[in-house]
Design a binder for this molecule. Structure first.
Ligand SMILES: Nc1ncnc2c1ncn2[C@@H]1O[C@H](COP(=O)(O)OP(=O)(O)OP(=O)(O)O)[C@@H](O)[C@H]1O
Ligand SMILES: [Mg+2]
Length: 461
């Protein structure tokens, strides 16, 4: 499989002379020319996801270039087809353009012109295959129940393994992470993947509710418990029976209520306001916080006993800047979702776009990325878009990173993606990236990427 490292290029022409010279030119430029003499043979050589591009003469006996173009586009509309035109082919060329030919080469053409056109077409092909692969990967991730948590960096694989374990046990859980990292999403996933999934998932934002309301919201009340309590009301805890209660922004729960919450956690029962009859509860509490609760407890802003009670199972969700290799995949996901919703097409993410993503620090984490991807889809078609202009704050933040740093980050992300694709099989990664083994291993070491981390996922699930 040695020769397969070079990108193949199909050159179809009935003239042997042209096949030979064009083939030599491309071989010198580092491609692997394939030179069938007719369209039928060319079609036979086209595999699904053919990694290269196709160059074809228009006038050929039998199936001509135009018919070949049509058939290729029918099989794979993303495969660039370059047509070779002779004198007097103008009208055919116009038609070919309409049919979606990628470019033209007018006979006679210089070798340089050929390699130039092929190089651009190959780059385009590489991008569409990469995008296709990302899409396939996203489809594959659709399998787990509940919302999809996208990401395959070791950090996210760890999170996913942890969720798997935690969802199967009864413990209360504390989710800890910055704004926009996915606490809400993880809480829902935890519920959906647990035995409680057939019962309610009740979310309460402790920061958004006035203290006077939150108590009766959570615990419910009896008729006449306070002025205005004209009827008995079931609280959220009771309503969630059998299911999960998500206490978001637990750090902003008033201290007085924290005492009552602690009792719920310990005794698994509640009393409605205005009643001293206790109601048994079968709920799991999933709490979420952005702040360091230990520190808050030390400052007296959060009850220490509640902190210790909640801290038994803590699931940290890493900020996006600590899992940058997931950026292209996440971006692609949000772009596809936005495109589907708006009926627009998601512009492909090119290498420059990827490095913009890599260079940004993402203080708003995944939410910020999602917003960016949406703007990219909505504005991409009308603007001559440049991703860096869309990133919050205008300038991409690349000022904080030197060019070599950005290049390294990009390289690391490519290798990490390849490792994930090939399940940690380094030989395949070397081949896929066209790297000699030694170089490949050196780079793994340099970026502290461990093949085992990428195998875990298959063994663990
Ligand atoms: N790994 C992920 N895969 C797919 N979507 C994600 C992922 N992480 C976050 N999201 C999406 O990003 C957005 C923000 O996530 P979410 O609302 O869960 O964050 P949060 O931590 O609850 O934020 P906040 O602290 O501001 O409440 C949501 O649209 C969510 O679906
Ligand atoms: Mg949230």
């Amino acid at each position: 499989m040695h020769e397969s490292e070079a990108t193949p290029v199909l050159i179809v022409d009935d003239e042997e002379h042209l096949r030979i010279t064009a083939g030599q030119t491309l071989e010198l430029a580092g491609y692997r020319p394939q030179t069938p003499s007719n369209a039928e043979a060319a079609l036979a050589a086209l595999s699904a996801d053919y990694p290269g591009v196709l160059v074809s003469d228009i006038r050929m006996p039998g199936m001509d270039g135009l018919a070949l173009l049509r058939e290729v586009r029918r099989r794979d509309p993303d495969l660039p087809v370059i047509l070779i035109t002779g004198h007097g082919d103008i009208s055919t060329a116009v038609e070919a353009m309409r049919e979606g030919a990628w470019d033209f080469l007018e006979k006679p053409f210089a070798g340089e012109r050929l390699t130039d056109v092929v190089r651009r077409a190959v780059e385009k092909r590489r991008l569409s295959l990469e995008n296709r692969r990302l899409k396939a990967e996203l489809d594959a991730q659709r399998a787990a129940p509940g919302p999809r948590i996208i990401g395959r960096t070791p950090a996210m694989q760890q999170l996913s393994a942890m969720l798997q374990r935690v969802s199967q046990v009864e413990a209360d859980v504390l989710l800890f992470g910055e704004t926009g990292v996915g606490k809400d999403l993880v809480a829902r996933a935890l519920h959906e993947r647990s035995a409680r999934s057939g019962h309610p998932f009740v979310a309460i934002n402790c920061g958004a509710m006035p203290e006077s309301i939150i108590e009766s919201e959570l615990f419910g009340h009896e008729k006449g418990a306070f002025t205005g309590a004209v009827e008995r009301r079931i609280g959220k805890f009771e309503y969630a029976n059998g299911g999960s209660v998500f206490l978001d922004e637990i750090e902003s729960m008033p201290l007085a209520l924290q005492v009552r919450l602690l009792r719920v956690l310990q005794e698994r029962s509640i009393e409605r306001l205005g009643s001293n009859q206790s109601v048994a509860l079968d709920i799991r509490i999933i709490a979420a916080t952005k702040t360091d609760l230990k520190l808050a407890a030390e400052r007296g802003e959060f009850r220490e006993d509640l902190y210790y009670r909640l801290n038994v199972v803590t699931v940290p969700i890493p900020p996006l800047r600590e899992r940058r290799e997931d950026l292209p995949l996440l971006f692609q996901h949000f772009a596809v979702v936005a495109a589907n919703r708006s009926g627009l097409e998601a512009p492909p993410l090119d290498a420059a776009g990827v490095s913009v993503l890599m260079a940004h620090d993402w203080p708003g984490n995944v939410r910020e990325l999602r917003n960016l991807a949406e703007r990219f889809v909505l504005l991409g078609a009308t603007y001559d878009y440049r991703l860096e202009r869309l990133v919050e704050g205008g300038d991409s933040g690349s000022g904080e990173m030197t060019l070599p740093q950005q290049v390294e980050l990009f390289e690391k992300s490519l290798i990490s993606q390849s490792l994930a694709n090939h399940g940690g099989r380094v030989n395949e990664v070397c081949e896929h990236l066209g790297l000699p083994r030694k170089t490949c291993y050196d780079k793994l070491k340099k970026y502290d990427l461990r093949a085992e981390d990428y195998r875990l996922r298959h063994a663990g699930d």
